[in-house]
Design a protein around this ligand. Structure first.
Ligand code: GUN
Ligand code: ZN
Length: 450
């Protein structure tokens, strides 16, 4: 028998979007007295403790009680961020375009140096684990060096990571520009080297429409055609000045999204960051082409970009797949729990004018950073659940990281609600008050990495 590990613990994962189920129970797998069984790099089984013990004839002395008072969930998934911007998080007082000029571009120049890039990639991946994030879709910089660095580090942990070299051949400092041909050749070389190597995946990464010529976008299309299982990641409709700029640069385009669409870049496995100001047709195109959106609440608030319309994106007649992104360094945290906290507030503000005000529930929030995100990345058969045969990426949550959390959780427990109602209240309090202190441990590919 292969070596198995057994954890006695509470277990939670989602089967469906709870916001789409009349009866929440149908969307949730929750075992208050649960057992998680890992075999090498995969989930072997998860379920009720007593049932699994007798089903598999498990010797109790083999079971770890280390996480008995905790909750195990699938690892969190961050669908949009920039690793080279980790060091400039919290840079003062700008909107998107001046922020890029003043802080972002000068910082990204440093990532030509492979030694520096490797050092920062190591720091970044460790921070992800510390925050419970086990998969992310990452922009590197224009340099091959920085892209190799992040893949090398991720592969050390056999992590499921999506990343790609930024393609950018205009409207940025010359030290950060490639050209259409070199961006194609470098991306191709990186795809050959990293895409589908172990758990790594490559994303063709034109930064955003203003920094790519038509020639470059045309070659991005060629790459996607040549390697259809690769991803595309870019930015879309984040800021009103940005949108005006796109309109002036691509005067024939019907909308911002139409620029990408006209180069065949709106497809399955395409991830569009932000998507704040969309026109009706753009929602429709995203839906029809099976593309996904990454919503970035802390970034949108920090740069004053605007609020997003999650309920509109999830309209049942025209649903667009969504995940949440930290968007560090415009985002102000790598922590996906804190990201949900801000998402909750944005949804509430957005819903102010709605007739049936519908806030972001804790179940919906945690669904979106686990299974919802894996669906948006077309990885729902591999990550995002704790069912058998899924890749063993998970987080161990401690609900009581400090005194006030302890007090709040105790008060919830004293109410003696049914198990699911109690869980929902505790998860909501976690979503509003939680941070990296609530991450007791993180496992990637069956191994403890934090
Ligand atoms: N649009 C183009 N580049 C960027 C970036 O680095 N961050 C954000 N938030 N938006 C962008
Ligand atoms: Zn971004």
């Amino acid at each position: 028998m292969n070596k198995r590990k057994f954890f006695k613990t509470s277990i939670l994962y989602f089967e469906k979007d709870p916001s789409k189920c009349e009866n929440k129970k149908n969307s949730i797998k929750f075992y208050k007295n649960g057992l998680l069984i890992i075999e090498e790099t995969k989930i072997f089984a998860s379920g009720d403790y007593e049932e699994l013990i007798s089903l598999y004839n498990i010797d109790k002395k083999d079971i770890s009680l280390e996480y008995e008072d905790n909750l195990i969930m699938p690892g969190f998934i961050d669908t949009h961020l920039h690793y080279a911007q980790t060091e400039m998080i919290g840079s003062f007082g700008e909107q998107l375009l001046p922020w890029l000029e003043k802080y972002t571009f000068p910082t990204e120049m440093k990532y030509k140096d492979p030694i520096y890039a490797k050092e920062m990639a190591n720091f970044f991946i460790k921070e992800l684990f510390k925050n419970g994030t086990t998969t992310a879709a990452v922009f590197t910089t224009v340099h091959k060096e920085s892209t190799n660095a992040i893949f090398e580090v991720a592969n050390k942990y056999k992590m499921r990571l999506i990343a790609g070299k930024v393609m950018m051949d205009r409207n940025a400092p010359k030290e950060l520009l490639d050209d259409a041909k070199s961006s194609y050749e470098d991306s191709l070389e990186l795809i050959e080297k990293w895409h589908e190597k172990d758990r790594l995946l490559y994303a063709i990464t034109p930064r955003f429409a203003p920094t790519s010529t038509k020639e470059q976008l045309e070659l991005a299309r060629k790459l996607k055609e040549k390697y259809p299982t690769t991803y595309i990641q870019t930015h879309l409709s984040e800021n009103l000045n940005e949108i005006q700029w796109v309109k002036s640069l691509f005067s024939n385009a019907k909308s911002y999204l139409d620029v990408y669409d006209s180069f065949g870049l709106v497809t399955n496995r395409a991830i569009f960051g932000h998507a704040i100001y969309l026109e009706e047709q753009e929602y429709k195109t995203l839906h029809e082409k099976g593309a996904s959106v990454s919503l970035c609440p802390t970034s949108n608030l920090f740069l004053g970009s605007g609020l997003f319309k999650i309920k509109k994106l999830k309209d049942e007649n025209c649903e667009v797949k969504i995940g949440f992104g930290s968007d560090v360094g415009a985002g102000t945290t790598l922590n996906m729990i804190k990201t949900l906290n801000e998402a909750y507030k944005i949804v509430s503000l957005e819903q102010n004018s709605a007739q049936n005000r519908e806030a972001l529930s804790a179940f919906e929030g945690f669904y979106q950073i686990t299974l919802g995100a894996s669906i948006s990345l077309d990885l729902e058969d591999k990550i995002g659940k704790l069912a058998s045969n899924y890749e063993a990426d998970f987080v161990v949550i401690d609900f009581k990281a400090d005194e006030i959390q302890n007090l709040r959780m105790q008060k919830i427990e004293e109410q003696n609600k049914d198990d699911l109602a109690e869980l929902e209240e505790k998860l909501f309090a976690l979503m509003i008050m939680g941070d990296d202190r609530n991450i007791k441990a993180t496992f990637v590919n069956g191994k403890k990495v934090y």
